[in-house]
Design a protein around this ligand. Structure first.
Ligand code: ATR
Length: 279
């Protein structure tokens, strides 16, 4: 009988101390009785290439990639998943059996799954969506929403050029809305998503008014600390279905774990509690 291999994975970023990924993956390693570990990989930007190239030599099954390496790490991959190519950033590296590096971005599908966890009948083609923000998180969410068939995707951002760049990249279904018109742009949407940093712990609340948002619209936030941002609290008080950013974080981790450890893990109340205990 061959002995079970010790599988290594981790999260590469600078800094990495804040990430919750070790809690998630080590919970699943223990739960499934696997031999392995998921470690922090603090890597300065000027050592990224050496660190990435060292993964196969060190016997890593792969790693997550976080700020500020998501774009630069992509350039070092041997292969890219199509959605990672469209997002133009990766959040996961999978070391293939032959040592080649596959770059994946699960942030977008993780986001979509978090909507489906809240509403199993959720459909992208149900109506227009409004995305607040145009940074890295927005890009993954925009690509995933377009891939789900959202008929019209409005993007508004404090810096208009960054919203325009997303329209230039993704085309006809994308509309750019000046930040000053963000409240009126809520009229008729099925989904509102905040991808800005406003409302995050230590940041001021996002400055928006929900009066024009249809009662049926779902409201989501990519932020998970706090779990209920001022935006989500206001939306809940108006009776909207709300989705916080924890589901996106947990759901992006599932396929990565499967790629490295060979088991598709579940998101259980115990896992949520373990992650929330770190907040
Ligand atoms: P992430 O990777 O989390 O998306 P990011 O790429 O730094 O982070 O993007 C942060 C987003 O929050 C951007 O859309 C940013 O707007 P700008 O492009 O104008 O910088 C948005 N943001 C940050 N501070 C903001 C503020 N005070 N008001 C409105 N939007 C803000």
């Amino acid at each position: 009988m061959s002995e079970q291999r010790f599988v290594l994975a981790g999260v590469m970023g600078w800094p990495v101390a804040h990430t919750r990924s070790p809690v998630i993956h080590n919970h699943w390693i223990a739960k499934h009785g696997l031999k392995g570990a998921y470690v922090q990989l603090p890597v300065q930007p000027d050592r990224l290439e050496a660190a990435i190239r060292g993964l196969p030599a060190l016997g890593f099954a792969g790693c997550n990639i976080t700020v500020p390496h998501k774009v630069n790490a992509m350039q070092l991959m041997d292969e890219l998943h199509p959605q990672a190519r469209r997002i133009a950033a990766i959040n996961t590296v999978v070391v293939q059996p032959d040592g080649r590096l596959l770059g994946v971005n699960n942030d977008g599908i993780g986001y979509i799954q978090s909507l489906r966890d809240a509403n199993p009948g959720w459909r992208g083609d149900a109506g227009p969506a409004l995305v607040l923000g145009a940074g890295g998180a927005a890009r993954a969410i925009v690509v995933a929403l377009l891939d789900e068939g959202v008929p019209e995707l409005r993007i508004t951002n404090r810096t208009l050029e960054k919203a325009q760049a997303l329209k230039d990249a993704f085309g006809d279904r994308v509309t750019v809305v000046p930040w000053a018109e963000r409240n009126q742009a809520m009229a008729g949407v099925s989904l509102l998503v905040n991808t800005t940093t406003q409302g995050m712990h230590g940041q001021p609340a996002l400055d928006v008014q929900l009066d024009d948002l249809p009662a049926s619209a779902m409201v989501s936030d990519a932020i998970y600390i706090p779990l209920e941002t001022p935006l989500l609290a206001a939306a809940r008080q108006r009776g909207h279905q709300t989705v916080n950013g924890l589901g996106m974080l947990l759901n992006q981790a599932r396929p990565a774990f499967q790629a490295w450890f060979g088991v598709l893990p579940e998101i259980t109340p115990e896992l949520r509690a373990a992650v929330q205990a770190t907040f």
